[in-house]
Design a protein around this ligand. Structure first.
Ligand code: GAL
Length: 379
């Protein structure tokens, strides 16, 4: 009985508060701070479902917002720029109150962002910075330069030039390595590559590592749209053109697990991965489950773990701040200049994962179960 009364009172309170809003609900140009979560919609635009990480990101953001009572419009764009533009346009016309966007091409959304700004819809760039627009209000990501540094350090550790604690290793080289970078239209790809190259430079200059193909410029080593197949093809070409003299690839800098799997496939097809012809250290990023299994099996050297649960949480905190007419708290206001302005950012730390800390970082933290790691598949 008392529960019924409470429910009825709740209904009255809701009706009163809706009336107080004067119809200024989702999609209006005015403040959303007085609105109930159930009246507010957050548009979440993700690049692709072909990569497991973006599925995890999308799900995490949606779950956390839904748990707080917000409506969520989550869309994936199949790595197709016009599709993403159209999806964002639609979110705006359908009355989104905040947009969270992981862009496919960081420079392709200027007109959508202008339309959002015209309707006073705040825009949060999710992991990938949106460039060349003043209408990016906040950025949540990781320290992407440090990701590149960590990838190069993992490669140098794999080669034995460094010890796990960062001190000088016992190996002397010279080692033949090859370099890969991400999609040139993704701002992050440049940060990863420069962090890695700054770290490798003293070794290249000192002659302990040698990029045998001579391909050291980001334009030469970039993989459009971060495609696994493209990386496999490039590795095959490198093997045919630069290693047809009996020499071996002894290490590969790869900025993302999907690329790493393509590179590993090419190397396996060319006979690498035996006692006589060992798999060289190949780095990675994102701790995708298929790659974590490869690391656990001793095939892939390492990955950089970026906890998508924490990133999603920061995106939700920022979205909620905007919905309450507050400014989200940044912890970096210097690094991410998008070409028009420095975008206030919240950057999270990253962890390098090798075989020996999979348990501590990924299993004990609840990111994956031991069964998932063994199977190479997330449930
Ligand atoms: C980048 C992101 C990486 C990786 C890559 C490919 O923007 O920072 O973690 O996911 O895209 O999806």
């Amino acid at each position: 009985m008392s529960r019924k009364i409470l429910v009825a009172l709740g209904g009255v309170a809701l009706a009163l508060s809706l009336a107080a809003c004067g119809g200024e609900g989702a999609g209006s140009d005015s403040s959303t701070s007085g609105d109930k979560p159930a009246d507010l919609t957050i548009g979440v635009s993700m690049p692709t479902q072909t990569s497991e990480r973006w599925i995890a990101d999308g799900n995490s953001v949606k779950e956390k917002l839904t748990a707080k009572g917000y409506k969520v419009d989550l869309q994936y764009a199949n790595d197709d720029i016009p599709t993403q533009s159209q999806q964002v346009d639609q979110m705006i016309t359908q009355g989104a109150d905040v947009l969270i966007i992981a862009a496919i091409d960081g420079t392709a959304l200027s007109s959508q962002l202008q339309a959002a700004a015209d309707k006073k819809i705040p825009v949060i760039a999710y992991d990938r910075l949106i460039r060349d627009s003043k209408n990016v209000d906040f950025y949540v990501s990781f320290d992407n330069y440090k990701v590149g540094v960590a990838q190069a350090n993992a490669l140098l550790t794999g080669l034995g030039l460094l010890k796990a604690d960062g001190s000088k290793g016992t190996a002397t080289g010279p080692f033949n390595i090859e370099l890969f970078a991400g999609s040139l239209d993704d701002n992050n790809a440049h940060f990863f590559f420069s962090g890695a190259m700054d770290t490798l430079k003293p070794f290249v200059d000192g002659g302990t590592v040698k990029v045998k193909s001579g391909q050291t410029k980001i334009e030469q080593v970039a993989i459009l749209r971060w495609q696994q197949e493209t990386a496999q093809k490039r590795m095959e070409d490198l093997l045919t053109k630069s290693y047809n003299d009996g020499s071996k690839v002894q290490g590969v800098l790869s900025p993302y697990d999907g690329l790493s799997r393509g590179i590993i496939t090419a190397l396996q097809n060319a006979g690498y991965g035996t006692a006589a012809n060992p798999m060289p250290p190949v780095t990675g990023q994102d701790a995708e489950i298929a790659s974590v299994k490869l690391i656990n099996d001793g095939v892939q050297n390492s990955t950089i773990f970026k906890d998508t649960r924490l990133l999603a949480e920061q995106a939700v905190i920022a979205a909620e701040a905007f919905l309450q007419d507050k400014t989200p708290t940044a912890n970096d206001t210097k690094t991410y200049d998008n070409g028009v302005k420095v975008v206030p950012s919240y950057l999270l730390p990253v962890v390098t994962v090798y075989k020996d800390n999979i348990k501590k970082e990924l299993i004990d933290s609840g990111y994956y179960t031991a069964e998932e790691v063994a199977a190479g598949q997330a449930k």
